[in-house]
Design a binder for this molecule. Sequence first.
Ligand code: ARG
Ligand code: GLU
Length: 721
Amino acid sequence: MKKYILLFIISISLFFKGFAEEGMWLPQLLQSLNEKDMKKLGMKINASDIYNISRSSLKDAIVSFGGFCTAEVVSDKGLLLTNHHCGFEAIQSHSSVQNNYIRDGFWAYNMGQELQNPGLFATFIISINDVTKAVLNGVGDNITERERKSLIDKNIAALKAGTKKESYQDILIRPFFEANKYYMFITETYNDVRMVGAPPSSIGNFGKDTDNWMWPRHTGDFSMFRIYADKNNRPAAYSPDNVPYKPKRSLNISIDGIKEGDFTMVFGFPGRTNEYLHSSAIEQVVKLSDPAKVGIRTKALQVIDGFMRKDEQIGIQYAKKFASISNAWKKWQGEILGLTKSNAVEKRKQLEANFEKIVMSKPELNVAYMGLLKDLEKAYHDIEPYAYARDYYSEIYPKIELLLFANQLKSVVNAYEENGETGYAAAKEKALQNIEDQYKDYNAAVDEKLFTVLMEMYVKDQKDEYTSPYFKELLQQNSGDYAKTAATVYAQSKIYEIKSLQALLAGSAKDVTDAIKNDIGYKIAMDMQYTFGTKVAGHLNEIQSHINQLQRLYMQAQMDVFTEKAFYPDANSTLRVTYGQVKPAYPRDGVKYDIQTYMDGIMEKYKPGDYEFDLPKKLIDLYNKKDFGRWGVKGKQPVCFIASNHTTGGNSGSPALDAYGNLIGLNFDRAWEGTMSDINYDPAICRNIMVDIRYVMFIIDKFAGAKNLIDEMKFVSRVKK
Ligand code: ARG
Ligand code: GLU
C-alpha cells in the first residue's frame, strides 16, 4: 500500500450534478444533492419535508421492521403497513390447524384482538450525522489494515461514550462509501409490535414462486402491525399495560392512483448493493459465482420439490425453505441475464479506461491512483479459487440439516472442553431445544437425498484439496457411490432423529461429548469445517481484506476522478431514499411492461385448487359484482404497478410515495430482468414492483370488512370526484 499516497480525503462535494433514477440516497443529504433533480422529476415537496431533525418529517413515519424489512406508520395510533412476506414469520407463528392464519388470513377487529410477537421490533431513525473526522482521527496512510481497524474501533467507542442520548435511545455508527465515510445514527427501537391483520396467502402471496420476481404481478403483498409504547410513549418490553404508540408523523394515503410519468419515491432500508466494483469482479459474478450458486440450488430445489409434491406433510414442512432457496435462485438467474444483456462488464471496462485517461492527465491523480486498477484486477484474480470454494461451502453446508445439527452439538462439545461441567448442562439444553425446533420442519428422507446430491457436487466440482478427506475416505469405502455413502451415514448417525439423539445425549458429560465426537455425521461436518478453515478461509480473508482496502481507495478515486458525477453509497441496511417515475419497460424484443395491473389479471391467472393460483371465494364474488367501493376506477380494481425506483432486498414493505409525500403503494419486488441493479442499475430495464395502496385498502375494507382499520387511516385526494 505504500506506493499510494492517499489524497487528503476530499469531502464529497455537494455541488455534483445528480442523475435521475439510479441511486439510494442519504436522507440528510437530499437537500444538497438531490432536491433539484427530484423536483425536475415532479416532486412537489421539499427535501426538508422528507428529512428534518428540528420538526417532524416523513422519516418519522418509517421504521426498520425486525431488521430485515421496512414498514411505515399509517395512523396516529401506531398502525404499521408492511409486506405479507415480511410479516410471514409472525403470521406463521400464530397459525395452527385450528387457526390457520396463513391459509385464512387474520384480522383484529379491535385492539384487544391484536397478537404479540416476541422478538419483533420497529426502529425509528431520530438523527443522522457525519462523524467521519472523529472516526478516522489518527488513521494515516502508512498503517496496516489491522491497525486501522483497531484505531477505528477505539475512536467509535470513544465517540459513542461521548455522545449525549436519551436512555431509551441507541447509537449506531456505520461505514459508507467503502469506509471512506462514517455516519452516526440515533435510533429508537420499540419491542412491543403486535399483529393486526394479514390477508390469506392466496392474496398476500398470490402467484407464489412462479410469479416471484415477475411482471405482470397480482400479489396483495401486505400485512398490518401496531407499535405499542409505555404510558410516556417510550419504548418498552411487551406489557398488557402498554398503549398504542403516538407517532411524530404518520403517512396520509392518496387514493388518486398513478399514471405514467408520475414522480415516485421509495423510503426504506435497502440491505446490500455493490455498485462500484471492478469489471473483473462483475465478470466473476456472471461467469462463476452466480452460475455455481444457481447450479447448487437447482439440484436442491429438484430434490425438495420431488418430495413436496408427493407428500403433503413435507409440503407444509418445507414450504418456507423452498421459498427462500428459490427466491435468491431466481434472482441470480435474472442477474446473470441482466448483466449480460446490459453489457455490464464491457461498460465497466469503458468506465475504467476513462478513469485511467483522466488519472494519466493529472499529476496529482497520477501519483495517488496509478496502478490501482491493475492491483484490483490482480486481487480479484487471486481470490477467485477461494471465493468459488466459499460459494460451494456456504451454499451446500447449510442445506444439509444433518450438518446443521452437528453445528448445534459442537457448542455442547465446546462448552465441556473449554469449561468442564460448568455451563455444559445449559449448552446441552439449548442445543437440544434448537435441534428439536429444527426437527419440526425436517424430514430425514429429504435430507439424505439432499446429502447424496449435494455432496457429489461438493466433491466433483471443486479442487480436491478443498474437500473433506474424511468424507472422501467414506466415499471410497462405499465404492465411490454417493447414495450408498449417504445410506451408510444416515444409518449410522444418531443425531438426525429425536430418540437416538436423546439417547446419545444421556450420560455423563464426558460420555456424551465422546459419543458426539464419534458420530459419523458429526465427524463429516467437523472435517468439512476444518478443511474449509485451513485450506480456504485464511487465504480468502487475507485477500478479501486487501480487496476491501483497494475498493476503499478506488471509491475515493472514482469520486476524485469523476468530479461531475453525484455518488451515493452502496446499500448497507441504513435508511435511504430512492426516486424515479412510474414508467413502462421494454425488457425483451417485442415485449412491453405496462405500468399497472388490475383484478382482471388475477382472474386470468386463477386456477382452482392450485397451490399458487387459487383464490378465496369471497374475492371472486367481489370481483364478479365489481364491488370495489371507493378503491376501484371505472369498474376496474388496480392491483400492482411498476416504477424506476432503485431498490433492493430490505426495501420490502417500504412506502412508495407520490410527489406530495402521500402513500400510493408498498414496495415488494423487482422485475426479474432488472435484478442486476444491485451491481449495475439500468434505467431502461430496472423496475421495482409495488402493490397499489387502493388494492390494499380494497382488501382491508371489502374483503376483510375491517372498518375499524380503515377509520384509523387518513385518506387524501387532489382530484374532484
Ligand atoms: N422476491 C421478493 C423478495 O426478494 C419476494 C419474496 C417473497 N415471495 C416469494 N414468493 N418467495 O423478497
Ligand atoms: N422482496 C425483496 C425484499 O424482501 C424486495 C425485492 C428486491 O430485492 O428488490 O426486500
